[in-house]
Ligand binder design. Structure first.
Ligand code: RTP
Ligand code: MG
Length: 140
């Protein structure tokens, strides 16, 4: 399988509870390498632009407000099949549906406050990495 890069966000419910290290440990144990990382505080407008694909969904306003409520940690993860592997380690959107040992099963509070975001396709990964990181921040 090809080496890929994917965009991860450790969401406000997790940064607030000091879970950043435990979540990164799960990525690393799964063979994903952190190749870029920073802590930022999104505005509601920036969160809205990032999640524009969900504009028509009922949870959009709540999601944008949540993502802008406190700082997040945005990261680029690299590894074999990194996009699918990250989604596997994250677990299902709703923690009640997530498999044992996944980040969302272990840490998420609810379907909305679910601790992590991960790109869902190669196209999303390219767009999302470029949304947060400049070429200078991405070493080869
Ligand atoms: P993400 O994009 O954050 O990695 O999560 P996902 O693919 O598993 O889920 P998605 O359908 O893309 O939804 C994006 C985020 O919106 C919030 N959400 N809330 N209250 C609700 O019914 C609901 N549904 C989705 C979650 O924070 C979800 O991760
Ligand atoms: Mg998604």
């Amino acid at each position: 399988m090809a080496i890929e890069r994917t965009l991860s966000i450790i969401k406000p419910d997790a940064t607030r509870r000091n879970l950043t290290g435990k979540i990164v440990a799960k990525f690393e144990e799964a063979g994903l390498r952190v190749v870029a990382s920073k802590r930022i505080h999104l505005s509601a407008a920036q969160a809205g632009e990032f999640y524009a694909e969900h504009k028509e969904r009922g949870f959009y306003g709540e999601l944008c407000e949540f993502m802008a409520s406190e700082p997040v940690v945005v990261q680029v993860l690299e590894g074999e099949g990194a996009i699918a592997k990250n989604r596997e380690v994250m677990g299902a959107t709703d923690p009640a549906q997530a498999d044992d040992g996944t980040i969302r099963k272990d840490f998420a509070l609810s379907k909305g406050e679910n601790s992590v975001h991960g790109s869902d396709s190669a196209e999303s990964a390219a767009r999302e990495i470029a949304f947060y990181f400049s070429g200078l921040e991405l070493v080869g």
